[in-house]
Design a protein around this ligand. Structure first.
Ligand SMILES: O=C(COP(=O)(O)O)[C@@H](O)[C@H](O)[C@H](O)COP(=O)(O)O
Length: 282
């Protein structure tokens, strides 16, 4: 017989993933992690209510935010079929550069639960000199959240001096695959990580995660929306479970059309060009 907390984890994960096991999640932690300048091109989106209303209207599956934004605007999700992921670690880009390889805890599992979260999230920079501290942080969050039946998402990002020295770049598939595997071995219920540059290599990352869903971390806005649709399509073809996307959504004036096109690629198996045409993007 399944334990109560396992059932809770499974039920809550389903609030993000549709029956096909895939999800498109909107990421909204940039005001903290990159700073408000990320919103300058589309300044109306600095108001979380404005952008959250748009993404919800377009049919997004989930939204990820820090506890304070959930407190300010989380009520926009009440009564909507949208999963809420509350991220409990972060860093600002104001801290000294030597400490950019560390994320600190800014909220607790209880806070996320009070805010109505369906999952909690934390980053581990695999390969960082602070790797151990982030592992400990993740383990504490996961142990407590799992006891209460809440899934835990790991932003498994390889970053650090040895990675650059040995592999040249953090997006080398061997490194990304290592981070995803480490996240799975730590007990993550969902993994968010970098694109490795090809379908074949991303498929290896997915395999290394051994059944734990792997989602793409969106990355910087592409100049052409079709390029981003192509990227997400490759992720899906590689066996990835979707994408967690920030800038490619909120840095566009009309994010709804791209979201609808992404949903076509992710959930309806439409090719990128077909999806883009259907939504009037090309
Ligand atoms: O991990 C994050 C930032 O990563 P970064 O240090 O910019 O590589 C997240 O906080 C973002 O929300 C996430 O990367 C998704 O946002 P986009 O990359 O799609 O903007």
């Amino acid at each position: 017989m399944e334990s109560y907390n396992n059932i809770g984890i499974k039920r809550r994960l389903r609030r993000f993933f549709r029956k096909d096991g895939r999800a498109l999640i909107f990421a909204m932690d940039h005001g903290f992690e990159h700073g408000p300048t990320d919103f300058e091109e589309t300044w109306e989106h600095i108001n979380p209510r404005v952008i959250i209303r748009k993404v919800v209207r377009a049919g997004i599956d989930g939204v990820m935010m820090l506890p304070g934004i959930a407190r300010i605007a989380g009520d926009e999700l009440i009564g909507k079929e949208v999963g809420l992921m509350v991220k409990l670690t972060s860093k600002t880009e104001l801290r000294p550069k030597e400490e950019w390889l560390m994320q600190d805890q800014l909220g607790f599992v209880e806070d996320a639960i009070k805010l109505g979260a369906d999952a909690v999230a934390a980053t581990v920079y695999w390969g960082s000199p602070y790797e151990g501290a982030m592992m400990r942080q993740f383990a504490e969050i996961a142990s407590y959240a799992h006891d209460l039946g809440y899934p835990v998402v790991q932003f498994a990002y390889p970053r650090g001096p040895y990675i650059n020295e040995k592999y040249g770049k953090k997006e080398d598939y061997r490194v990304v695959m290592y981070g995803a595997r480490a996240a799975a071995e730590m007990g993550a219920d969902m993994i968010k990580t970098y694109w490795t540059g090809s379908r074949e290599t991303f498929a290896k990352v997915v395999e290394a995660a051994s059944g734990v869903p792997v989602l793409l971390s969106g990355g910087a806005k592409t100049s052409n929306p079709l390029d981003f649709l192509n990227l997400v399509w490759e992720v899906i073809e590689a066996g990835g479970s979707g994408a967690v996307v920030g800038r490619n959504i909120f840095q566009r004036k009309n994010p709804e059309t791209l979201i609808r096109a992404l949903l076509r690629v992710i959930h309806r198996n439409e090719g990128p060009e077909e999806a883009a045409k259907a939504e009037g993007l090309v």
